[in-house]
Design a binder for this molecule. Structure first.
Ligand code: NAD
Length: 414
């Protein structure tokens, strides 16, 4: 994954003709912290885990990024995702840098008490390097509002009341209205902008969605509300389709009750991998990395892909989609709604003043729209695809901030 994010970065750096040394500075994480966490399990045995935090860049503000609990979590994953966060926060122009971290534990095999101990153990060891003005974690795979509440509590023991140390907190503990649906809402916003440009409206299009978790389900619900037909959805349990349009609310209720879309009676079942080549106008990959590959990309029928997930398209697939004329709205733009509302949450925490949901949503819609338009301008300036343009925009913003901080003996242009 690290190689892929570097590939996209370098493609944009070529457009800007960036010297090697500057590329190296912009790609190298500022700091990588690795800690050992030892807890006593419920069975009395010791459990040992490794926690990571990669702090990539803080030229534009405190570093920001999720915390993932997964057995496969390692430094390379954290580094790749931290890197993406730097460009994502710059594309939506929120005053943050990029970071990412995690612990190589498997929450599905752990009790809540064990998870609490792992989380507080992580914070105890990371407390000097995180904080509201340095690095602000948020939920990612297998972490949620409850875990963020624990982090806030533990960190506040050392630093005093600090709600701004994490975002994605419970509403009862200084979280923000609208945070839960924010990434899905951002997906809807950029799709609205793309359709408008093509002279279409939501009611003109059919949509296929891969992944029906936080991002996929909220995107599907909001896009269906706008009048589009969600004709196919797949998750890890299987796929379900209905050419007349799925009842997304009913599907969400079914998924909550049954742990997946499999068995939903409002549509026909299909094998989950077929979702990528589904005959729909819009495809929203909102599940895992590397879902669209050189093997399935030639069969893609959608004319617009909105990357709800991080890194769902491999570079080879990206090239194939470009040749097919598919408009790919890249992850660092399309799924930036979550970090945008995280910024609003942090701003509310700093001000000690809560916004209502209407304000959060309308500010989010504006931010996403502005980011989309700014990427469009760069696309036209260099006649490049949307992903490269998003990286160019981000590299310019980060580069300009970085050089404005220091005295340079020669002029560097971004
Ligand atoms: P989630 O755990 O809530 O949902 C993941 C979904 O993917 C589930 O529906 C799961 O069944 C499905 N899935 C897993 N394996 C699959 C497979 N082989 N085929 C089809 N579906 C499969 O996670 P999420 O928070 O919705 O995140 C999804 C993606 O979006 C990740 O790449 C994440 O990094 C990215 N993302 C999330 C947010 C956020 O705010 N939650 C923000 C930005 C990016």
């Amino acid at each position: 994954m690290l190689a892929e994010s570097h590939f996209y970065f370098n493609r944009a750096a070529d457009v800007l003709d960036l010297p090697e040394k500057i590329r190296l500075v912009l790609l190298t994480p500022r700091r990588t912290v690795k800690v050992e966490i030892v807890i006593e399990g419920d069975d009395g045995e010791l459990q040992v885990y490794t926690g990571f935090r990669v702090q990539h860049n803080m030229a534009r503000g405190p570093m920001k990024g999720g915390l993932r609990y997964h057995p496969a979590m390692d430094e390379e994953h954290a580094a790749a995702l931290a890197n993406l966060m730097t460009w994502k926060t710059a594309v939506v122009d929120v005053p943050f840098g990029g970071a990412k971290g995690g612990i190589n534990c498997d929450p599905s095999t752990m009790s809540e008490r064990e998870l609490f101990d792992v989380t507080t153990g992580f914070v105890e060891q990371m407390k000097e390097v995180i904080g509201p003005t340095t690095d602000i974690p948020a939920p990612d795979v297998n972490t949620n509002a409850k875990v963020m509440g624990w982090i806030m509590h533990e960190y506040s023991k050392y630093a005093g009341f600090s709600p701004g140390v994490v975002t994605g907190k419970p509403l009862d503990l200084f979280g923000s209205e609208g945070r839960n649906a924010a990434t899905g809402r951002g997906v809807m916003d950029v799709l609205a902008a793309a359709l408008e440009e093509q002279g279409k409206s939501f009611s003109d299009v059919t949509v296929a969605v891969q992944g029906f978790g936080n991002v996929g389900s909220n995107a599907a619900l909001l896009i269906a509300e706008q009048g589009a037909k969600i004709i196919a959805v797949a998750d890890h349990t299987g796929g379900v389709s209905n050419s007349a349009g799925l009842d997304v609310n009913a599907l969400a209720a079914w998924t909550t009750a049954n742990g997946g879309v499999k068995g939903f009676e409002g549509g026909a079942a299909f094998e989950r991998s077929k979702i990528i080549t589904w005959d729909a106008d819009v495809l929203i990959p909102a599940a895992l990395e590397d879902s669209i590959t050189k093997d399935n990309a030639p069969g893609v029928k959608a004319s617009i892909i909105v990357e709800g997930a991080n890194g769902p398209t491999t570079p080879e697939a990206d090239e194939i989609l470009g040749k097919l004329g598919v408009l790919v709205i890249p992850d660092i733009l399309a799924n930036a709604g979550g970090v945008t509302v995280s910024y609003f949450e942090w701003a509310q925490n700093v001000q000690q003043f809560a916004w209502d949901e209407e304000r959060v949503n309308s500010e989010l819609d504006k931010k996403m729209r502005r980011a989309y338009d700014a990427v469009r301008v760069v696309m036209k300036e260099f006649e490049i695809d949307m992903r490269t343009a998003a990286f160019v925009l981000a590299i310019r913003r980060v580069g300009k901030a970085a050089i404005a901080r220091v005295h340079l003996s020669r002029d560097l242009k971004f």
